[in-house]
Design a protein around this ligand. Structure first.
Ligand SMILES: O=c1ccn([C@@H]2O[C@H](COP(=O)(O)OP(=O)(O)O[C@H]3O[C@H](CO)[C@@H](O)[C@H](O)[C@H]3O)[C@@H](O)[C@H]2O)c(=O)[nH]1
Ligand SMILES: [Mn+2]
Length: 735
């Protein structure tokens, strides 16, 4: 190899074990399925109810088996990478570093506080990277003066913040995180001074947000001109394009006299009559506006809450993007989503250890990391056709090889930017279909990453010890479930598109990658086996019907092995990625809960929409503010937050009641009648397992009196439903 070592790759030590275990487990799964089907075919005293029960159990076992098989794709070749930025710095001159365009998306000043978006921007503007090579583009889909105001303030503050960070070698480059951290500040006096400055900016911005308008006392006459672009009829859904250059690297300097990065505010044109494609649409506008203004070969995309936690991140990325061997086919370098503010036991499993870490490592070894929407460095070329054939956009100036040789505020550049941000610009172009971020799914990140990999682009998962970015995770159950419902619907949109994972995916990327994508994409189908297992075995138990083999049958051992094997391997994976047993427990609980709530509802919504009964799905933003102190406290203590009467809580609560009743019934039978439990042992075990998992639900129904308890309405409806189901079961199941 020529040149110094920039990065290495090491296969996981678990690989051999994973493969052997997969082979053994596969045999057990096949045996189980054969057993189930042969019982169905050969049963002598078959009645309609018994056949229906067997069919349901067979269906759920088939789906579980499929999901298990798909999950194995991630376990076949997990790899771990390391980068050596020090070697890079030694060999590549700073002046040869490529330029970097950063895209930050925000869309609602009330759910996504402008001050936190500004912090995100400041944290990347302060990267340990030549400032004049960085351009930060902020897309404001909320079209809000409040956000623009926050960025005007941030631009001024940045002229102090950047030199401060450089001089003191600050690691936390989001000011909010820096001032909140307990690290001793490098230079007390100076730090105090800059903190005062930050606090006063924060107060101004928060005042403005609270009042909902930018008062004249906050801005100079010069600045007020920018706000004139908001006309009388401007609303969030309908307004002209507003592009405001807040800092320009050719003329703006920080207080130490060094050049500043570019900072550009973009609120694309919106009209009620043209689709805007949510975040994917916003990103495509930024792709074009940035092409017109700076056209950097590297692009970093960030959600508004994901601030940089490590100033050296771009250097890590260059270890891959400047590697002559990998460069031509490398589409993007993805960092995991990491979160701050998650409680000790991660009550709602918001860490997403599997999706953002374990599976990404698996994907990386197979053919490339999946894209997760934020914290991703793209090679700009990736948005313009496959590696071998450049797809030129309708205006050559937007192409990836075009070199911009004018100032960003010069008239032709500003005119072009305005034009490409208008809401009808994309009509009759390839944007969103063959170029840029892809439309057609609410999970534009998953879909875009998938399509790019199908085109032949490679990608890399970069998971340094210190998290590169940190974001906010939802802290109430209903927020979590709503977010997951959006994901479930978005994923199904991909599954049922012409780019379906199992056909198109396998054809273009091979069996394992296709399966891996399918495992993600088909998340919502977990809801089918979960629902069946949550209701059928306990209802059968209440009626003395056994749906599993008895303890003395040899098949019983098979069930025990399948259960222990799956859970055992899962917990092993979890622990090896720095998990704790408590977090794992909560994680498996949330997995069950999701099956009965967001996945079930996402599934239903999707099909109602496909049949035209429902109108289109929207992108319900995940809230990033918690105003309620009690709520925050409950979260810290790991107490479940129900509170709102969401319909999603109904099936969940119903299942919890039915399992409790049937488990209690089983115990009573055992104690008073000494009834033979042998046949019903597995059903008792499953019901008991559900009951233990459902503890927070029972507590929320009867023991708690705080605002986060289960709404009485949900409890009543669920109790009625549970009674109804028990009656119906007793009338039908026994045949
Ligand atoms: O019309 C829209 C809707 C959303 N956003 C932005 O999209 C980002 C993600 O939205 P959020 O509410 O935080 O959704 P999450 O579910 O937390 O986000 C995950 O899922 C999304 C896909 O559903 C991905 O886009 C994200 O990158 C990924 O982190 C935020 O910065 C929003 O401002 C827009 O710019 N325009
Ligand atoms: Mn988010």
């Amino acid at each position: 190899m020529e040149g110094p070592l920039l990065h290495t790759l090491e296969p996981s030590r678990l690989t051999v074990f994973n493969r052997v275990f997969a082979a053994v487990y596969a045999c057990a799964v096949v045996a189980l399925l054969c057993h189930r089907s042969s019982k169905l075919i050969h049963s002598t005293a078959a009645t309609l109810p018994s056949i229906s029960i067997s069919l349901c159990m067979l269906t759920s076992d088939l789906l579980l088996a499929f999901m298990w098989a798909a999950t194995q794709a991630f376990r076949m070749r997990p790899i771990h990478r390391k980068e050596f930025p020090d070697n890079l710095v030694r060999t590549v001159k700073e002046s040869d570093f490529p330029a970097l365009d950063v895209f930050i998306c925000t869309s609602d000043p009330h759910k996504e506080p402008p001050m936190s978006v500004a912090n995100t921007a400041l944290s990347v503007m302060a990267y340990d990277y030549p400032a004049e090579k960085i351009s930060v583009y902020v897309s404001d889909d909320g079209g809000s003066q409040l956000t623009l105001f926050a960025f005007m303030e941030a631009a001024k503050f940045a002229t102090h913040w950047l030199p401060f960070c450089r001089k003191n070698n600050v690691v936390e480059r989001s000011p909010e995180a820096y001032f909140a951290s307990s690290n001793s500040w490098s230079s007390e006096m100076e730090a105090e001074k800059i903190k005062t400055m930050y606090d006063s900016m924060k107060i101004r911005v928060e005042n403005v947000v609270e009042r909902g308008k930018v008062g004249d006392e906050y801005i100079t006459r010069e600045e007020s001109k920018a706000f004139l672009k908001w006309t009388h009829g401007s609303t969030r859904q309908s307004h002209p394009t507003i592009i405001q250059v807040l800092l320009e690297n050719s003329k703006d300097k920080d207080i130490s006299g060094l050049l500043m990065p570019n900072l550009i505010y973009v609120s694309r044109e919106k009209s009620k009559t043209s689709p805007h494609h949510f975040k994917a649409g916003a990103l495509n506008v930024l792709l074009r506006v940035s092409a017109a203004m700076t056209n950097a070969p590297i692009i970093l995309t960030l959600d508004c809450d994901m601030y940089s936690n490590d100033p050296y991140t771009p250097l890590r990325v260059l270890c891959y993007l400047l590697d002559p061997q990998a460069r031509s086919k490398l589409g993007y370098v993805q960092f995991p989503q990491c979160f701050k503010g998650i409680n000790k036991t991660d009550t709602y499993a918001c860490e997403f250890k599997r999706l953002f870490q374990i599976y990404s490592v698996g994907f990386d070894g197979l053919g490339g990391a999946n894209h997760v929407g934020t914290g991703c460095f793209f090679n700009r070329r990736v948005f313009f056709g496959c590696p071998l054939m450049l797809l030129l956009p309708e205006i050559p100036e937007l192409g990836p090889n075009h070199i911009v040789n004018k100032h960003i505020q010069s008239q032709p550049i500003m005119e072009l930017s305005q034009k490409v941000a208008s809401c009808n610009y994309e009509n009759q172009t390839k944007w969103g279909y063959e170029m840029g971020f892809r439309y057609g799914s609410l999970v534009e990140d998953y879909f875009t990453g998938y399509r790019l990999q199908c085109e032949g682009w490679k990608s890399i998962f970069c998971n340094p010890e210190r998290a590169a970015f940190l974001g906010d995770a939802p802290i109430t159950l209903v927020d979590v479930l709503n977010q997951q419902k959006r994901w479930a619907v978005g994923l199904l949109e991909v599954v049922f598109s012409k780019f379906s994972l199992l056909t198109f995916g396998i054809k273009h990327m091979g069996l394992l990658m296709g399966l891996a994508y399918a495992q993600n994409g088909l998340w919502a189908i977990w809801s089918i086996p979960t629902t069946i297992y949550a209701f059928l075995p306990p209802l059968a138990l209440l009626n003395g019907i056994n749906v599993f083999p008895t303890v003395s049958e040899p098949w019983f051992v098979l069930y025990v092995f399948l259960f222990l094997g799956a859970y055992g391997q899962d917990i092993l994976d979890f622990m090896l990625y720095n998990g704790t047993v408590q977090r794992w427990w909560n994680d498996q609980r949330i997995w069950m809960i999701k099956g009965l709530t967001c996945h079930l509802f996402g599934f239903t919504d999707f099909f109602l929409k496909s049949t035209g009964i429902f109108s289109t799905h929207g992108f319900n933003l995940t809230s990033k503010v918690v105003d309620d102190d009690d709520q925050k406290k409950r979260y810290e203590e790991g107490v479940f937050e129900f509170g709102v009467p969401s319909p999603m809580f109904v099936p969940l609560t119903t299942a919890a009641i039915i399992n409790l009743v049937s488990f209690a019934w089983g115990l009573i039978m055992l104690v008073f009648r000494g009834s033979k439990l042998e046949g019903l042992f597995l059903q008792m075990f499953i019901a008991g397992f559900v009951v233990v998992n459902s503890w927070p639900i029972y507590a929320a129904m009867v023991l708690r009196s705080d605002e986060g308890r289960m709404p009485v309405r949900v409890t009543i409806i669920s109790t009625f439903l549970a009674c109804g189901l028990v009656v119906v079961a007793s009338l039908t199941l026994r045949g």
